[in-house]
Write a protein that binds this ligand. Structure first.
Ligand SMILES: Nc1nc2c(c(=O)[nH]1)N[C@H]1C(S)=C(S)[C@@H](COP(=O)(O)O)O[C@H]1N2
Ligand SMILES: [Mo]
Length: 536
């Protein structure tokens, strides 16, 4: 018999060849819709909200990696089965591949603005897979002379065993259709190795030819103009420089990332346009150069995600550079009754932002830069929105390409039908960064420190209490304005034992964080961040 691993191997190499060639064709035809990603995207969109929430809460920012990994594992399993079937009868294997192609094509076609050209990578990839499969099957199991006649006695299963006397490698015998075929391990392995090399080369070539390089190069070439309105200087006392405390400015590479994109959209700034239409007197279309040519505003703004748990990591503070959204909208002429800006990203994500928030004078930006460099690709290059005071899902559209001025009672953004509130003002929060939850400390004087935020209102007080004792006022760091988080610290004489530390912030309007615990859905988590530490 041909062992199952041989079939599985042939199937895996077939799958690899199909994906590699698909990637190459996708690159050559200038597309970003790679079949695996399309299948993953379709899975994301088709899965019910609770499944998605589970994925986000279980895997956090890695949910996409887990999903793509999951799709690949499933594909590998199917490919292995196809290989095993093909070694029984090639037609079975082909039937499996056709099914495979059908799923890929359907997934691609469900993507927003997919065209017929988008199915080409899948079709050519599957064709390459079919060719590889039949080639490998022929290598693995060449027809032996005497096909169709009963197996020679020497090769019957009963005596086809390795004994000291006949411990020579002999071909096993199988039935493939009516052909009698022998299993040739060496030819299968060399064929498989060749297939892996070719598939890998196609994939690498595909990546290189694909958009990423061109967009990376364009990004590096961006010359950022000076801001017409620079940010207020960051006060020297904004950063308390305490070990383990989040720095006042979050470095780009440390900045959290949350989005629905399985692969980072590759938007070439030379092709980028922002279309503003809907309830406006004069629809506007802006190119990247036109945007950079306008007066730019610089602002330090803390971004956070509605799915951030109390004490969570989905918050960061950066210096943004961009065009004030209000200026552009005023030029377009907002019509009365318009209360929502429905923004759409290059990959079809949508986001609904209240018009009054954008127009009230805060630094709501079409941002082009983050901490002094053009936006990193994963943070929305070439242009994203940044709006102080609103959770990212209702404000911070990355890779933004379209802005429809509309009404909340007429349009719905991506997350709204999935169980999240249509409007998402950020709730005041505070977080303990040091000591860490579960830390072991030496008895004696120690520092408790963290960050607190109440965007566009500002943090006026942070209080800390240990073991449910008296609330004590923490020392507050300086801030340039109300739109960033604020560092805080307090000294503590730690006595031996186990201790609970709690924190709460009060905003500049005098509102203290509620102790009522709420989960992130539908409009943001509440409760006091609480940690326990051991002092010995
Ligand atoms: N195109 C697009 N923009 C998006 C999202 C998305 O899924 N797609 N997610 C939003 C959410 S939920 C958040 S919290 C912020 C996160 O921005 P960051 O990844 O730069 O930190 O981006 C927002 N902008
Ligand atoms: Mo978010």
């Amino acid at each position: 018999m041909v062992p199952a691993w041989a079939g599985a191997l042939a199937g895996l190499v077939t799958g690899g060849a199909a994906l590699g060639v698909a990637q190459l064709v996708a690159a050559l035809t200038g597309q970003e819709t790679f079949p695996v990603v399309a299948v993953g995207d379709a899975a994301v969109d088709l899965s019910p909200a609770p499944v998605k929430e589970f994925a986000i809460s279980a895997f956090g920012e890695n949910d996409k990696t887990v999903l793509v990994g999951g799709v690949l594992v499933v594909l590998a399993g199917i490919a292995a089965v196809i290989g095993v079937l093909a070694l029984r009868r090639l037609a079975y294997g082909f039937a499996g591949l056709v099914l495979f192609a059908a799923v890929g094509v359907l997934a691609v076609l469900t993507r927003p603005d997919a065209g017929l050209l988008d199915v080409l990578p899948t079709l050519v990839g599957v064709a390459a897979g079919a060719w590889t499969l039949s080639w490998l099957v022929r290598r693995a199991a060449p027809a032996v002379p005497g096909a169709g006649t009963p197996a020679p006695a020497a090769l019957t299963p009963e005596n086809d065993v390795l004994t000291p006397e006949n411990d020579v490698e002999r071909p096993a015998v199988m039935r493939a259709g009516d052909d009698l075929r022998a299993f040739d391990r060496r030819r299968l392995l060399t064929g498989a190795a060749g297939g892996v090399v070719v598939a890998g080369a196609a994939a690498v070539l595909g990546r290189q030819l694909g958009g990423r390089q061109a967009v990376d190069a364009a990004r590096v070439g961006v010359a950022l103009p000076r801001p017409a309105t620079p940010a207020k200087p960051i006060p020297a006392g904004a950063d308390l420089h305490i070990n383990g405390l989040s720095s006042f400015i979050t470095k780009n590479r440390d900045f959290y990332r949350v989005d629905t994109a399985l692969i980072v959209p590759q938007v070439n700034p030379n092709d980028w346009k922002l279309r503003i239409h809907g309830l406006v007197d004069r629809p506007v279309e802006l190119t990247y150069q036109e945007l950079l040519g306008r007066p730019l505003t610089e602002a330090d703004v803390t971004l956070t995600c509605v799915s951030n748990e109390v004490g969570g990591e989905y918050v960061g503070n950066a210096r943004w550079l961009g065009v004030r959204m209000a200026d552009v909208l005023r030029e377009a002429g907002l019509q009365s009754g318009a209360d929502m800006l429905l923004s759409t990203s290059a990959d079809g994500f949508t986001c609904g932002t209240p018009v009054d928030v954008i127009m009230d004078g805060r630094d709501a930006l079409f941002a082009v830069a983050m901490n002094g460099e053009a936006l990193p690709l994963e943070h929305g290059f070439p242009v994203r929105q940044v709006v102080p005071g609103l959770y990212g899902y209702v404000s911070a559209t990355k890779w933004v390409v379209d802005l429809k001025v509309t009404r909340f009672d007429q349009d719905e953004a991506y997350w709204t039908p999935r169980g999240w509130a249509a409007k998402g003002p950020i709730k005041t929060q505070s977080r303990i960064d040091v000591p860490r939850q579960g830390a072991s400390l030496k008895a004696g004087r120690t520092t408790i420190a963290g960050v607190a935020w109440a965007q566009h209102t500002g943090v006026d007080a942070v209080e800390v209490r240990v073991d449910r004792g008296e609330w004590r006022q923490a020392k507050l760091a300086e801030v340039p304005g109300p739109d960033t988080w604020r560092q805080w610290s307090i000294d503590w004489d730690a006595a031996a034992g186990s201790h609970t530390i709690e924190v709460r912030a009060t905003d500049a309007a005098g509102r203290t964080q509620t102790d009522q615990q709420a989960p992130p859905a539908p409009d943001g988590a509440t409760g006091w961040h609480t940690i326990t530490v051991q002092v010995g």
